[in-house]
Design a protein around this ligand. Structure first.
Ligand SMILES: O=C(O)CCC(=O)C(=O)O
Ligand SMILES: [Fe+2]
Length: 358
């Protein structure tokens, strides 16, 4: 099988140079300092609250060292997800359907509905985004049985994937909880009673395993990996391979974040920004592959507040994560892009009328 058969047909057309209009629109020119930026480094074994506060306030992103995720686990997870993602496109489409699972396969957009299927994006949306992946809601993994009676050839790989991602999920959830508790202390948030799990609800945790295709002749040169966005999460934790391509915005400039072996990248999302009353920021970022020939693989974890917990802050109308998510999805479907937190500013008209008044 040639590698192209594993890519969605829309990607193959772009890679072969036959359908340049199908790629994401080239973004308006912004100054990109094509240099690597040193983002703050946090050592999870020796958490320094001052460095953490500074990182959350000035950057919204940091590198995590001594996180305790075994190197062998991440390597095996990347290996098995890479091998599942390199299956022929049609097999990937059928992969999870065959075992009737809550996991989904998506491509062409990172905007998914709550069931993990790609959202139909509005007319102004950039067309195909050159990425694909698996969406894994962690709380549903225990009900995901990889055994099926039709002798499916991929079953052993799927079972290894389930076991590895479950173990990775336990590590990454532990890290998210420790970091959130430390960040809450830097904000003097009271976390007594159920408060911590309302702000950061472990059962909402999900993992996306991504593949950004490569093209030997560089035909997909201008195709973006992932468009400019902020994450909707409280915290996101990224494990990227050595290919590079993650870029963050600081001030008015874009900078490249260089991959560093055996570290994780933590970024704060919109919910953390709201919880902290804009003290901390949801970092604007994107993925732009530099090395066009090489595929890029990454694994990203997201965690959210309890869905019906009302987030109150002085800069936004009170809202629940469910309401926020519904608004984002409505905006993506109608205009092609997420508006996010600005929708919840006191004077902003809400598209959906369901949000409560102050
Ligand atoms: O793949 C990456 O490096 C980043 C992914 C990302 O930003 C996201 O999924 O929100
Ligand atoms: Fe992101």
């Amino acid at each position: 099988m040639s590698i192209n058969e594993s890519y969605p047909p829309a990607f193959r057309r772009v890679i072969s140079g036959g359908d340049p209009l199908a790629t994401a629109e080239v973004e308006p020119a912004v100054l990109v300092r094509d240099e690597d930026i040193k983002i703050p480094v946090i050592d999870l074994e020796r958490l320094d609250k001052e460095i953490l506060r500074e990182a959350c306030k000035e950057w919204g992103i940091f590198r995590l060292e001594n996180h305790g995720v075994p190197l062998a686990l991440t390597s095996r997870l990347q290996e098995i997800s890479g091998s599942l993602l390199s299956l022929p496109f049609e097999n990937k489409r059928e992969l999870f359907a065959a075992v009737n699972s809550p996991l989904t396969y998506f491509w062409g957009t990172p905007a998914l509905n709550p069931s993990g299927d790609a959202l139909k994006r509005g007319a102004q949306a950039s067309n195909v985004h050159m990425l694909e992946g698996f969406n894994v809601p962690l709380s549903k993994l225990p009900t995901f049985s990889t055994s099926c009676d039709d002798g499916d050839a991929h079953e052993p790989k799927l079972e290894s994937f389930r076991v590895l991602i479950e173990e990775y999920g336990r590590h990454i959830t532990r890290i998210a909880v420790s970091l959130f508790e430390a960040i809450a202390q830097t904000l003097s948030l009271q976390l007594s009673g159920n408060r911590r799990s309302e702000y950061l609800s472990e059962s909402t945790g999900l993992i996306r395993v991504y593949r950004y295709p490569g093209s030997s002749d560089g035909a997909a040169g201008e195709a973006l990996g992932m468009e400019v966005h902020t994450d909707s999460s409280v915290i996101s934790i990224l494990k990227e391979d050595e290919t590079g391509g993650l870029e963050v915005m600081k001030g008015e400039d874009w900078f490249c974040v260089k991959p560093v072996a055996n570290t994780l990248i933590v970024n704060l999302g919109d919910m953390m920004q709201a919880i902290s009353d804009d003290e901390y920021k949801s970092v604007t970022h994107r993925v732009k592959k530099k090395n066009m020939e090489t595929e890029r693989h990454s694994v990203c974890y997201f965690v959210f507040p309890k869905r019906d917990y009302v987030i109150k802050s002085s800069n936004y109308k009170p809202f629940t994560y469910s309401e926020f998510e519904a608004q984002v999805q409505a905006d993506v479907q109608s205009s092609g892009t997420k508006i996010g937190l600005p929708r919840f500013r006191p004077n902003s008209p809400l598209f959906l009328s369901s949000c409560r008044e102050i």
